[in-house]
Design a protein around this ligand. Structure first.
Ligand code: ADP
Length: 401
């Protein structure tokens, strides 16, 4: 019998599960989908078979992650791709917070689960949901290797100077306060793909990666290793995002407590869910913001300017962190699609060797592509991210046979 080549990737959120089934020999996507609003009466499962473009939906209540995964298994089985298939080599789980402990993808056992659980205080929103997904999948296929791939792992190479906050180290250590960074799977994949696009060895290339989705983060990658990133203890630090504020003076929080009378939870919600582009102008979709700007909307224009200003500050900072920059790369929903953001982010930076060719930047394209002029000292690229493929690749490398 030939060895199994399929990997199921699960990304379990608090009320959703995203999944993809990939064949690692062919590097093809066999199925993908999403279960939303788990625990509500209006749960919904959307299942797609990329090869045919066929998709199915089912509604009705899905009580918990166990029920969600069972529903996913049923949908996969209808396409002859059931979880009981001997073709399935492993299940790869996205785990948001791996702390300092997990520097690499890890085969899950009871000890690993305990450690992920110990990290809940620094990732209260994400790790519990990830754990539920893992436990449910293990119950379904206890015989199968399950691998945790951590969002933080790629950033564990950051030097202490970048990872530490300037606070009393005894307090920092007691509460595990440091800059962990997130989106690491995407940053790692995109940095490597950028080197490939340039026809160079990743070990020789210095890259600034700009992951601009609804969540957004920047990283400075020297020779394939992360040396700085914009997110910190949590994904709140750094760039202006869809609904998160990114950087602000920490005293804003004291001020909101003392003068505004807000509770800690209210401030948490304000900064994580009601700030960023959404907080500034009521929209967090860049397409809608551009449409409003084109119609003369001043509020949307200011939100866009604040977003770009912060982004340019990080680009400048990471030029200084890296010293020599070979490429700046844009990825994720905004980075891959919004030419106007790429243009504004790098406008008038020729002194740093950075320039965008307007025709290349505006040209539509699906794959990785260069958008800098041939004469530019630093390559500027657009590289679509593929976190699921990266999770599957890492899972298969560790657990496939
Ligand atoms: P997530 O962080 O949820 O994974 P994505 O990487 O999918 O987010 O990015 C989603 C965001 O990408 C949307 O909120 C929207 O602002 C932006 N986006 C998607 N498509 C386009 C487009 N064609 N033009 C501009 N922005 C886009």
């Amino acid at each position: 019998m030939t060895s199994p080549t399929r990997v199921l990737v699960l990304n379990s959120g608090s009320s959703s599960v995203k999944y993809q089934l990939l064949d690692m020999r062919e590097r093809t996507r066999l199925a993908s989908g999403l279960v939303e609003r788990i625990g509500e009466r209006t749960s919904r499962l959307k299942h797609t078979v990329p090869a045919t473009g066929a998709s199915r939906e089912r509604g009705g209540p899905i009580a918990d992650h166990g029920a969600a995964l069972k529903a996913v298994a049923e949908e996969l089985a209808r396409d002859g791709l059931g979880l009981d298939s001997p073709e399935l080599a492993a299940i790869g789980h996205r785990v948001v917070h791996g702390g300092m402990f997990f520097t690499e993808p890890t085969v899950i056992d009871d000890e690993v689960l305990t450690e992920i659980e110990r990290l809940i205080p620094v990732a209260p929103l994400h790790n519990p949901a990830n754990l539920t997904g893992i436990r449910t999948a293990r119950a379904l296929r206890p015989d199968l290797p399950q691998v945790a791939v951590f969002d933080t792992a790629f950033h564990t190479t950051m030097p202490e100077a970048a990872a530490r906050y300037a606070i009393d180290p005894r307090i920092a250590d007691r509460y595990r306060i440091r800059r962990y960074g997130f989106h690491g799977t995407s940053h790692a994949y995109v940095a490597r793909e950028t080197a490939r696009l340039l026809g160079r060895d990743p070990a020789d290339v210095n890259v600034i990666v700009l992951h601009l989705g609804n969540g957004a983060s920047a990283s400075a990658v020297r020779g394939g290793r992360c040396v700085d990133t914009s997110m910190g203890l949590t994904p709140l630090e750094g760039l202006v995002m869809g609904t998160r504020s990114g950087d602000l003076d920490p005293a804003v929080i004291f001020h909101l407590r003392r003068v505004g009378g807000m509770s800690t939870d209210e401030i948490d919600t304000l900064l994580n869910k009601r700030s960023g582009l959404f907080g500034l102008c009521g929209d967090n979709d860049m397409r809608e913001i551009r449409r409003r700007i084109d119609a003369g909307d001043a509020e949307a224009a200011l939100a866009f300017d604040i977003y770009i200003h912060r982004l340019r500050k990080y680009i400048g900072a990471y030029c200084a962190v890296l010293g020599r920059v070979d490429a700046v790369v844009f990825t994720a929903g905004v980075g891959e699609n919004a030419a106007v953001v790429r243009e504004a982010a790098l406008a008038d930076l020729e002194t740093l060797g950075l320039a965008v060719d307007p025709v290349r930047n505006a040209a539509p394209g699906d794959g990785g592509r260069l958008i800098s002029p041939d004469s530019a000292r630093v390559a500027v690229a657009v590289v679509p991210t593929d976190e699921e493929l990266e999770i599957a690749t890492q899972t298969y490398a560790l657990a496939g046979k």
